[in-house]
Design a protein. Structure first.
Length: 229
């Protein structure tokens, strides 16, 4: 009985030591693959943690866009950041090679949207860790129609650039352009995502077929509509 209790105590101690060792006071600099858990699906984006003049800064990476976030504080094993020009914030516990927390977006009327966030250092892929070598070609300009959940339609143009499986682009609509979409082509499936400090965030997935990217367009429309609210 005493041996059993001793073994149980040792196991509990070892688990506690591992948990403590995984937590650190300051973040590791480098590139992270950050993922927001939204109702429409996981939204990955690039995140760089850097040190400049002995201060931590963040960079949000979407395609060619690198948004610098300088208002970063690290205290008691927690990182907090306020995005430039907005009250949107990121708050995360610091682990040895990851960050775990949430992003809070301030919506119309002051309503807060809290989105779970996980970021892992050393991972740079967007959706698929292993690239597909047999991919459909979606490079070019696509005339499309966005249809929201109410059945309302909006004409738009998708501008996509593809290099191997990597796809970047933008959506041009009558109400404005939504740039710096980034994602991957995996066979005939196209996945794109973006996260901007303004509160624009979301994933979209579609398949290349005879009707072009209708399914994808409908998801982009939901992404643009929901992120604006």
């Amino acid at each position: 009985m005493r041996r059993t209790l001793l073994r149980a105590a040792l196991v509990a101690i070892s688990i506690g030591v591992v948990a403590c060792n995984s937590r650190v006071e300051t973040p590791q600099v480098g590139i992270y693959r950050a993922v927001l858990s939204l109702p429409g699906g996981d939204t990955p984006f690039g995140l760089e943690v850097a040190q400049e003049q002995q201060q931590y800064v963040l960079y949000l990476i979407n395609g060619a866009e690198r948004t610098r976030v300088s208002d970063v504080k690290v205290t008691d094993g927690e990182l907090t950041a306020t995005f430039p020009g907005y009250e949107n914030t990121l708050r995360a516990k610091i682990n040895r090679d990851s960050l775990e927390g949430s992003v809070t977006l301030i919506k119309a009327g002051g309503k807060e949207q809290v989105i779970p966030l996980v970021a892992k250092r050393g991972e740079a892929y967007r959706f698929h860790a292993k690239s597909s070598t047999d991919n459909a070609d979606v490079d070019g300009t696509w005339d499309t129609t966005f249809t929201n959940e109410k059945g309302e339609t909006t004409k738009a143009i998708l501008l996509l650039e593809q290099s191997h499986d990597r796809v970047t682009g933008s959506a041009m609509t009558p109400t404005g352009d939504h740039r710096f979409l980034e994602g991957q082509m995996h066979g005939d499936e196209l996945q794109l995502s973006t996260f901007a400090h303004t509160g624009f965030a979301g994933p979209a997935t579609g398949r290349h077929h005879d009707e072009c990217v209708k399914e994808f367009s409908e998801q982009v429309e939901r992404l643009l509509t929901e992120s604006g609210g």
